[in-house]
Design a protein around this ligand. Structure first.
Ligand code: ATP
Length: 332
């Protein structure tokens, strides 16, 4: 392995840059050269690449987003597109690839491996729904961003005795809503994985005020109610629907905040930077060992290596024990 390529694909997540930095510097330290591929698999097809040096990745550890940019590539979903990508790899002398992204990105990597190109994945998504690893890059930062917002809203909610609905990201999964909601002490947390009863919630809110609560906070994942596509989510905010219903049924003044894309930005937390650094160096190590079709991850405090097919086959399930704990805490 003399020359490795690196790309970011799918949704961006804080910590991607820190991973790009770690991959680049670990590879250079080990005597290899590194090619940065712009715009994910589409850039691989188009030959949109730059030579990476230690300096290229200077001053990026603290920045969210990805200096290599990201894209979704329909062309890469076709055999002809992947053939072009492979030709570019051969032309540029790229012996192996590190791909940073979600399960779609890993399926793409698997397809490349099947055509003879070694590839290793680094999980990155604020949804934290990638199987087998406890954490994906960006999740911790997004949770802390949402938590910061919940804490601020809590201040003003208490002053006015208002009810507040806070909509967070999570089209298909409630990992982010659950973590931020529990840490933020939300009264109710609505996630796509669990049914909810608005009557019971409104009843609970009224009872809470009778017990002396000065506010109520409901954290809602954007995918609750079955909205999935970005277009649907743009036009149909579940947060406002829940807010309207709560106001109507409880008579309490209710405010709705949709956190949206601020959850994708912001300086990555220490945890995300540490993980990105360890993931990046592990990915380089795997390529040097001649391994392919692997994804790095973390279980407990240990860096682990998984089979790419196992990771791509399923989604990480929400911690329903934590969800039940949140429900229990809202009862008293
Ligand atoms: P996120 O979950 O944050 O959206 P992701 O990595 O799952 O990230 P996708 O858009 O699903 O994002 O995948 C990224 C890219 O990977 C796609 O645009 C496509 O080019 C490639 N890809 C996805 N699935 C496959 C597949 N089955 N075969 C080949 N390439 C694929």
């Amino acid at each position: 392995m003399k020359r490795i390529g690196i790309l970011t694909s799918g949704g961006d997540a804080p910590g991607m840059n820190a991973a790009i930095r770690a991959v680049t510097r670990c590879a250079i330290y080990n005597g290899m050269s590194v090619v940065g591929v712009n715009r994910g698999y589409q850039g691989l097809i188009d030959g949109d690449m730059i030579d990476m040096t230690s300096r290229t990745v200077g001053d990026i550890i603290q920045r969210a987003g990805t200096i290599l940019r990201s894209a979704r590539s329909q062309e890469f979903m076709t055999e002809a597109g992947r053939r072009k990508a492979l030709d570019q790899m051969v032309k540029r002398g790229i012996d192996g690839l590190v791909v940073i992204g979600g399960d779609g990105t890993f399926r793409g990597a698997r397809a490349l491996v099947d055509m003879g190109a070694p590839a290793v994945g680094i999980p990155a998504t604020i949804d934290n729904d990638i199987a087998l690893t406890d954490y994906s890059l960006g999740f911790d930062t997004a949770v802390n961003t949402a938590l910061d917002a919940i804490t601020k809203i809590r201040d003003t909610a208490s002053s006015h005795g208002r009810s507040n609905v806070i909509e967070v990201m999570g089209r298909d999964t409630g990992h982010l809503a659950l973590a931020a909601g529990v840490a933020g002490g939300a009264e109710y947390i609505l996630i796509p994985e669990a049914p909810y009863d608005l009557d019971a919630i409104c009843e609970g809110i009224r009872a809470g005020y009778k017990r002396g609560k000065t506010h109520s906070i409901i954290v809602v994942a954007e995918g609750v109610g079955g909205y999935h596509s970005p277009e649907e989510l743009y036009h149909e905010s579940i947060g406002f629907k829940i807010g309207d219903a709560v106001q109507e049924r409880t008579g309490l003044e209710t405010r709705v905040t949709v956190l949206g894309y601020i959850q994708r930005g912001g300086a990555p937390t220490a945890r995300d930077r540490l993980l990105a650094t360890m993931f990046g160096c592990k990915a380089v190590e795997l390529l040097m060992e001649g391994q392919a079709a692997r994804v790095v991850g973390v279980v407990g405090e240990e860096i682990k290596v998984f089979d790419i097919d196992e990771v791509a086959a399923t989604r990480k399930k929400v911690d329903m024990d934590l969800y039940r704990l949140a429900v229990l805490l809202s009862k008293v």
